[in-house]
Ligand binder design. Structure first.
Ligand code: PMP
Length: 322
């Protein structure tokens, strides 16, 4: 059964009814997944009656890098796209946690409808949906190491956030599900750990937080850098970026995935071997605590990471001097 939908979406400069956010099936964006996008969260802070977009600026910057790498030209600046997202969140009047995706797409092939050549009518759309936090955040999930290898920078670069990259993610995620796991850990072409289908990976070994470098075949995750900063500054944890071998996952004290959508997700087993004592680890819990506090606007010193959605319209315009 279809879920109830929000009232509005945003497409090519306008807030529109949700059902009108459509792309022609013959566009490169629709049939080849030729697009770049962002996945962003906004957190509801009940005490302040405010919705805070978490690290909006960093997501817009990454969208800009993805557009540049794909040489995708759309008639909107990333700043206009960012404003469009805020307009959409306001139009829907969300008073709960939300996830939204701005998608910039290649349009119709300009010659003989050839989608691999130049395209016309490239554009942008944004959808936002309520996305409550799942119990898996506290209970953890079972992961396998996928038989599929991660895409790499010399073929389909994972550094840019393109829709078509997620074919690789889907193959790994589906394999995991069919085999009875919740998620997959994907190795890169070298055979070391890259990331999950939609999140980066971190482990705790001997009191250090360890995560693969950005050259390991991963998306340059905003949550990853956020956690590295919070772990070092707020928890005093040494943070190490280095290659991770598969068997290190079996002997790690703690393993978790991190991403804007998945947040900080404990991995409680890998290939059916328990991680640590097989439950959410103590360090993972402390990292979750500071992450959620920062994202919800409850941790002093990190308000610069938040963009309030409603404050701008609530505050009266400053009086003009005569
Ligand atoms: N890797 C992949 C493949 C992802 O899809 C995501 C989610 N966007 C991440 C990592 C995490 O990135 P971020 O923290 O910027 O959301």
């Amino acid at each position: 059964m279809a879920e109830p939908t929000p009232a509005y979406a945003w497409m090519n400069g306008k807030v529109i009814p949700w059902a009108e956010c459509v792309l022609h099936g013959r566009t490169a964006g629709a049939f080849m997944g030729s697009n770049v996008f962002e996945g962003v969260r906004a957190y509801w802070n009940a005490a302040h009656e405010e919705l805070f977009v978490f690290r909006h600026e960093e997501h817009l910057q990454r969208l800009g890098r993805s557009l540049k790498t794909m040489r995708l030209e759309v008639p909107y600046t990333v700043r206009q796209i960012g404003q469009g997202a805020l307009d959409l969140l306001r139009a829907n009047g969300f008073r709960e946690d939300v996830h939204f995706i701005p998608v910039a797409y290649f349009g119709m092939g300009a010659h003989h409808f050839n989608a691999l050549g130049p395209t016309v009518d490239n554009g942008v759309y944004i959808t936002a949906v309520p996305w409550p936090q799942p119990a898996a955040l506290w209970n953890g999930v079972a992961a396998c190491v996928a038989s599929w290898r991660r895409i790499s920078d010399d073929t389909v670069p994972p550094r840019l956030k393109a829709g078509a990259n997620y074919q690789n993610s889907r193959l790994a995620q589906t394999e995991a599900r069919v085999d009875g796991y919740d998620t997959a850990i994907i190795l890169n072409a070298r055979g070391t750990v890259a990331e999950g289908p939609g999140a980066c990976l971190m482990m705790v070994r001997d009191g250090r937080l360890v995560t693969p470098p950005v050259t390991a075949g991963i998306l340059e995750s905003i949550t990853r850098t956020t956690l590295m900063e919070l772990a070092a500054r707020e928890l005093g944890l040494p943070v190490v970026e280095r290659e991770i071998d598969r068997t290190e996952l079996y002997v790690a004290d703690e393993v978790f995935m991190c991403g804007s959508g998945l947040e900080v997700l404990p991995i409680t087993s890998v290939d059916r071997l328990p991680v640590g004592d097989g439950a959410r680890g103590a360090v993972t819990r402390r990292i979750q605590d500071v992450y959620f506090a920062a994202a919800r606007g409850e941790l002093p010193g990190y308000r610069g990471w938040l963009t309030p959605v409603y404050a701008a319209v609530r505050e009266p315009a400053p009086a003009r001097s005569a």
